[in-house]
Ligand binder design. Structure first.
Ligand SMILES: CC(C)(COP(=O)(O)OP(=O)(O)OC[C@H]1O[C@@H](n2cnc3c(N)ncnc32)[C@H](O)[C@@H]1OP(=O)(O)O)[C@@H](O)C(=O)NCCC(=O)NCCS
Length: 143
């Protein structure tokens, strides 16, 4: 499947993929996606209509804002391709590290991130609400 950079017109597609992958109360609508895509340093990638990652670079540090693959398209390597392509593009733009938060019970994402070279930098207690902790993960892009 072809990966491409997301354009402002892709805001609705990003929101649709996001809604398929996260609970309704965590959904980010098209307006939010358009705002995020328009931020300085923002980089969105889409894989067909099945997956997306939204990244942001500030100075030499980058972060994953959101990342999702539709349930029916999972375990086919799309998530890995999106993440690794994003890491490559960020490194080419001068990023030396990539940070993200992930729910500590999100074993699928944590397995993917670990395989891509992320390690735990910290735990953010109650990040997603009472008793729902996040791991702050970091990957070195300078290697
Ligand atoms: C996390 C997510 C993006 C992964 O997308 P994906 O396209 O299924 O990932 P891939 O097929 O590229 O998987 C790559 C590797 O990650 C690991 N992995 C992915 N899903 C896994 C699962 N359910 N259980 C265990 N390992 C998993 C495996 O090591 C896998 O390699 P393998 O299939 O060769 O074993 C997807 O599960 C998703 O959208 N989840 C809901 C949203 C979310 O949690 N986003 C991240 C928030 S921080």
């Amino acid at each position: 499947m072809t990966l491409r950079t997301a354009a402002p017109e892709d805001a609705a597609l990003l929101a649709d993929i996001h809604a398929s992958a996260f609970p309704a109360h965590e959904a980010w609508d098209a307006k939010t996606m358009a705002t995020l895509l328009g931020m300085p340093g923002a980089l969105g990638l889409v894989a067909g209509e099945a997956g997306m990652v939204l990244l942001r670079l500030a100075a030499d540090e980058a972060e994953v804002l959101t990342f999702a693959v539709r349930p029916e398209a999972r375990r086919t390597g799309l998530g890995r391709a999106l993440l690794e392509t994003g890491m490559m593009l960020l490194a080419a733009q001068g990023a030396t590290s990539l940070l993200l938060e992930v729910a500590e019970e999100n074993t699928a994402a944590i397995a993917l991130y670990t395989a891509a070279g992320f390690t735990r930098a910290a735990t953010r207690r109650d990040y997603y609400g009472a008793g729902r902790h996040a791991l702050l993960l970091r990957a070195d892009l300078g290697a």
